[in-house]
Write a protein that binds this ligand. Structure first.
Ligand SMILES: NC(=O)c1ccc[n+]([C@@H]2O[C@H](COP(=O)([O-])OP(=O)(O)OC[C@H]3O[C@@H](n4cnc5c(N)ncnc54)[C@H](OP(=O)(O)O)[C@@H]3O)[C@@H](O)[C@H]2O)c1
Length: 326
């Protein structure tokens, strides 16, 4: 496992981050512990959770799993989605941020969060309020770095300008959706992160398992899979164009003696501007396969095959800007 700098910070994180969205859901506590221990044993040091995963249970399980090596882990969590029915049990207001951070610290059984992320832009709270509340958490030592997830390009820029204007801690990391079948961030969001020196930690790098090659055009998703449970995601992905991309991934995997999942993860991991894809696993077998995405590289010919199958057409103004600057 290699380590990469998180954006312009001095923090070193493993080239794969372990996602814990399955903890307390598809993976029971014992399995989650085995997955976590195996990830650490393989050299991983970066773990991502969120208050909302399994309604807090993922944070509790993660906290117990890492308790013997807490300080060796770069622990990331998130706030913003509803954790209760009250009007302030959600969002990015100062009131919710302070309460959400205290609750996450308690569930995680720790006194600091390495990377505290807002889970999605909150259109109802001024960014000045959000950034000042996060800055207070950094100054108090409860949070070391801050980041955002599911932000557009202008929302990232706006937040950075607010931090700059008032001398507040700034976002050092973005957590966006990014995979061979969801490349939208390449138009605006990824260039902003590269320009501003933000780390990028993509979620769903396997498109929730779609890119593992275990689904077919003809059959409904097998039981006990993400795609069987999340019908909206399945409907978004199960298009002829996206299955063509899976075919190219499987073709390259066959020629290389790799798993399709390893090819798809390797592609995300080595995209310019990407720090660490966040890998999800329901058990140690899946994790073991996904760890095999490290230690090798796709060659330029293979990159071209994937590019040709998956590149998104550039819309205005990106197409005009690209032409004018070619
Ligand atoms: N910020 C956000 O909004 C956001 C959103 C989603 C996720 N996340 C973060 O990103 C992490 C990863 O997201 P994700 O779980 O969607 O990632 P993913 O890697 O795209 O999908 C993981 C799922 O794919 C299947 N899978 C994984 N490896 C496999 C293999 N080798 N063979 C066959 N199937 C395999 C498993 O589902 P099945 O076995 O059920 O098929 C697994 O749960 C999460 O844990 C979370 O930390 C963040």
């Amino acid at each position: 496992m290699e380590y990469r700098k998180l954006g312009r910070t001095g923090l070193m994180v493993s080239e794969l981050c372990l996602g814990t969205m399955t903890f307390g859901n598809e993976a029971d506590e014992e399995t989650s512990k085995r997955v976590t221990d195996r990830f650490i044993e393989a050299g991983g040091n970066f773990i991502d959770t969120a208050d909302v995963y399994s309604k807090g249970l993922s944070e509790e399980i993660t906290g117990r799993a890492i308790k013997d090596y807490r300080d060796d882990v770069v622990l990331a969590t998130k706030f913003r989605f509803p954790m209760g029915d009250g009007p302030n049990d959600r969002g990015a207001s100062r009131k919710h941020i302070v309460a959400a951070c205290e609750a996450s610290l308690k569930r995680l059984g720790t006194d600091y969060i390495d990377l505290y992320q807002i889970h999605c832009w909150d259109a109802h709270t001024p960014p000045e309020e959000t950034m000042a509340a996060l800055d207070d958490l950094v100054r108090s030592g409860k949070v070391l770095y801050t980041g955002c997830s599911n932000f557009s390009g202008w929302q990232i820029e706006k937040s950075l300008r607010v931090s700059e204007r008032y001398g507040l801690a700034r976002f050092d990391c973005l957590q966006p959706q990014y995979s061979l079948v969801v490349r939208d961030i390449e138009h605006e969001v990824l260039p902003v992160c590269r320009e501003e020196g933000l780390g990028v930690i993509p979620w769903s790098p396997l498109a929730g398992g779609f890119l593992t090659g275990k689904y077919s055009r003809e059959d409904a998703p097998p039981e006990n899979t993400r795609m069987a449970a999340w019908t909206d995601t399945w409907e978004r992905h199960a298009t002829p164009e996206k299955f063509d991309i899976v075919d190219r991934v499987s073709g390259i995997a066959g020629g290389r003696g790799k798993e399709p999942a390893q090819v798809a993860l390797n592609w995300v991991k080595d995209r310019p501007g990407v720090t660490s894809p966040i890998i999800g696993a329901r058990d140690v077998d899946q994790l073991e396969k996904n760890l095999g995405a490290t230690g090798w590289s796709l060659d330029p010919g293979e990159q071209d095959v994937l590019e040709e199958a998956s590149a998104l057409p550039y819309a205005y103004p990106y197409n005009m800007i690209a032409r004018a600057n070619a």
